[in-house]
Design a protein. Sequence first.
Length: 346
Amino acid sequence: MYRYFIKPVFFLFSPETIHRIVFKTLKIVFAIPGFGRLMRFFYAVNDKRLERKVFGLIFRNPVGLAAGFDKDAKLFEELSCFGFGFIEIGTVTPIAQPGNEKPRMFRLVEDEALINRMGFNNEGADAAAGRLKKRKSAVLIGGNIGKNKLTSNEEAVRDYEKCFEILFERIDFFVVNVSSPNTPGLRALQEKGPLTRLLLHLNRLNSQKKSRKPILLKIAPDLNNEQLDDIVSIVAETKIDGVIATNTTIERTGLNTKAAALDVIGNGGLSGRPLSKRSTEVVQYLSDKSMGSFPIIAVGGIHSAEDALEKLEAGASLVQVYTGFVYEGPGIVKRINKAILKKYDR
């Protein structure tokens, strides 16, 4: 129903406009007694065989919602009713910022893709923490953290530290985002020296807590094999808990969308179907190179159950959707979980 009736209506509006409309609508309808329970009945798959224990946490199923959809932790309770095993909020920065100028999100319908240059628009870490303080559902929450646009790379560690401290008591695991292409200079923090220093610092803070929280690193799909080798050695050296592969790409090769249309859109990170192959390659490479020594959450181009199974078979422990959720609707979560169970029944 979503693909043929709801999505065509949604796509009549700009991506950010319909995002705001959907958020407001879901807030209203989920306030109706029993509506959340009804959505769980339709979309959630409850089966112990779907449970995964990853970096010390129990995930009720391996399908999560990637960062960027619920940036400010405004809708995680409602979204959990669509059957997600975990939800990643953010990217959150220490201080609220508006992000880049609009328009900054674009659909590539022919490619079932999105291009965004949002620029970490969010209401700040304190606002997100305040909403998370009131959470009632048991769904696991990841906190994706980044630096403010005006913070230099030399001072970036302080921004990540502030987010870490503000969100620590409110989330279940952290995701360190140094791979978005939409904040100037951010990807330079993926270089071995700066990244190692950042992750060692966060792990030192983590070790001082009564009970530590898992820390994951989100990486770009545009890293070459030598850089991926560095990631494997950095994970080992810093003893962080895992990797999310991958963020959006700056590549535009092989798209069906015409070059002239891409020129009009301009810069930004590409997500969706075109990213599927490269994301899987990165997951496979990291898994093989590390000999499975750390968990990998796969994200990028998951538009079907088959896409998700491919990522899991490549070495991922968990998967996340974002663009696939936009194009396929909430039913994608159920289809993936059903496909995983079907494998058990063979």
